[in-house]
Design a protein around this ligand. Sequence first.
Ligand code: SF4
Length: 355
Amino acid sequence: MFSKKFSMDFHNILVNCYLQNKRDLPWRNTVNPYLIWLSEIMLQQTRVAQGMPYFFAFTKEFPTVFDLANASEEQVLKLWQGLGYYSRARNLHKTAQYVANELNGVFPPNYKELLQLKGVGEYTAAAIASFSYNEAVPVVDGNVFRVLSRYFGIESDITLPATKKEFTALAYELMPKDNPAIFNQAIMEFGALQCVPKSPNCSICVFNDSCVALQKKKVDVLPVKSKKLKVTNRFFNYLILEDALGNTLIQKRTAKGIWHNLYEFPLLETDRIVDFDFVSNAVQNDIFPSYSILSIEECSEATVIHKLSHQHLHIQFWRVKIKEIIENGLITSNLKTFPFPIAIYNFIEKQELNC
Ligand code: SF4
């Protein structure tokens, strides 16, 4: 339990630092919950510089929650293309429909009710509630974990749910209850700009006379994060079919898992990197047994390792020419109108389907 003076001092220093150094971000100049929600969903697992163009594109295309609700999922995925974690886009769309159709376009008015929305977790609900409604709920994201664990020298493992509670309670105690929005903004910005993950410049930090991690030389080891992410390697072979008319074939990924509802070329997934003989055999005997295969060629320059948070995708592209005409084949110039995972979209754009 801190004295009122300590909390006040901490808050004042933090907020002064924020007011002097803050970035001018478009979602900071509004209390509109739709815009704040949009920005928070976009910025999850995404750097500000990467998310910003998407924020502008979405707010231009869908200025209100009704516009977003009325769009097709394909339109939303297309606009989201390249931002990754596509379940966020699908949840975004469903939530927009729920808010527009069931709540007459009005976002739930407090933290507890915001939490009921699909795709809105504790962090996003706290951000909307505090920024839009000035409700006193602390945001606790990676930045906040880092700042508090270092400043107070807390060595609890931040992957544990109990630690989240501990940090939430601590942030709540430090937060001025009459102006939670600026406190939340300030602590997040401090973590993003000053108390950065690697080698923060503590010599210029406003807290360097009282920071426990600095005094104890523990800046590099805090916050403690025990669980290492287990990364799975997957091996994708995309088959770029080309018929006598130059048309090709794509399919929608309907199964749960990565890239749900995005498009891709026919896929041969293997348990390792495979060679021409393996692909050729699988294509002729298992995947396209009814087609007469004229040639198979690896687009070796397009091979890529696409890293997701839990999976590394080793992607190879193979051009497969066939004699027949593909039923419902797609003209290649129309490919780019479909939403693709960025690894495939880049292939289409760079290679223009030429190996
Ligand atoms: S002194 Fe260094 S570790 Fe401590 S709060 Fe400042 S930047 Fe972070």
